[in-house]
Ligand binder design. Sequence first.
Ligand SMILES: *[C@@H]1O[C@H](CO)[C@@H](O)[C@H](O)[C@H]1NC(C)=O
Length: 471
Amino acid sequence: MGSLPLLAACCSLLLTVAAPARDSTTSVCASQIGDFPHRNSSGLHLTLHHPQSPCSPAPLPSDLPFSTVLTHDDARVAHLASRLAASDPPSRRPTSLRKQKKAAGGASGGHHLDDDSLASVPLSPGTSVGVGNYVTQLGLGTPSTSYAMVVDTGSSLTWLQCSPCVVSCHRQVGPLFDPRASSTYTSVRCSASQCDELQAATLNPSACSASNVCIYQASYGDSSFSVGYLSTDTVSFGSTSYPSFYYGCGQDNEGLFGRSAGLIGLARNKLSLLYQLAPSLGYSFSYCLPTAASTGYLSIGPYNTGHYYSYTPMASSSLDASLYFITLSGMSVGGSPLAVSPSEYSSLPTIIDSGTVITRLPTAVHTALSKAVAQAMAGAQRAPAFSILDTCFEGQASQLRVPTVVMAFAGGASMKLTTRNVLIDVDDSTTCLAFAPTDSTAIIGNTQQQTFSVIYDVAQSRIGFSAGGCS
Ligand SMILES: *[C@@H]1O[C@H](CO)[C@@H](O)[C@H](O)[C@H]1NC(C)=O
């Protein structure tokens, strides 16, 4: 609520006055954000931005083709699926993380980091970070500096690009984090238990530098990874700070989109932000993933139980204990259950993920959903398939009559999807059903979660949904 008038105000201003676009965007965004981040008795509250929101501190290029988004989405899904293929561990590939020899005179001056130990660490294949990931800000160091970070429920280790970027850093918004400028920075020894924890947190082995500093390797795709020093420093959100936070000080970072500085991991592992803050905030977080024209939040800590939420138990899985598994139990279109055997809904392991754009359903369920939606939208002109999206229509989602789609989960939780959770505009004249089939891992993606409040209550092992959570 409230975002539409703000947007309208923004855009009419842009159209009628040749005012500097940045100024009007900034004021719209400032009024949306208010006094975030802040901490109160119900936890820590951060602002969350859609990856393509003009209010994001590190927006994706506005001309990023949607087909590119889908290509990266597929890579993320393949990576998540490979983590669950227990009998078939991800293949290793050697990387070429060798520092480019500096031209004549090479000494790169004074820092204590030893470069050679970053060379030739093995990485497993994964996906690109950032295309589908929402963005918030985190403060680091003493004195504290703020960084635009993508938020990821599918990984654990928090890392950011770190000066001197021994091998490589991509362009980011604002200055790089410089450990030498922080009085509270320390690097972590190889003998620390947190160094051992990296295998579970990143699914890659740790390494050890010649000067006994623990090296992490976080990988998300063939072209997307961060490698650097496991470190601790004070992390801060507004005026609230937490000392000795473990994170990766990235010296070789490739493939991050949108000029973010790094990534915040919220998966279930001792090194994730959630688990590190849990001693003071508790083991739960909630979010509302906004559309590009609204503002959402990420809250860590206790949540408002006065609000109506429907809950589904977190399912346990031995396949990857750090991901959030739930059980899909049914779907309906326009009030009618899909024409598919109920056992099909839970025929694959199902995770809920903040960074996957398009929900992946077991093929039989997807086929039935596609049929039912197409039937209900028989008046709309069909359009050819677009990339992984096989059920497309001419026009834009907002102009079409779309049936109500409900996703139901074990234990009685459900999400009644709105038009924008069901269809996604892929270009100016085409919109598609925002679901795709899979035969490996089902994923509840972020197009379907948008504008719902979603609670991840790890302490009570349940996930809660409530409609209408973003402002
Ligand atoms: C804490 O702040 C959040 C976000 O601004 C707000 O929604 C919530 O009601 C506040 N809780 C209390 C107990 O004041």
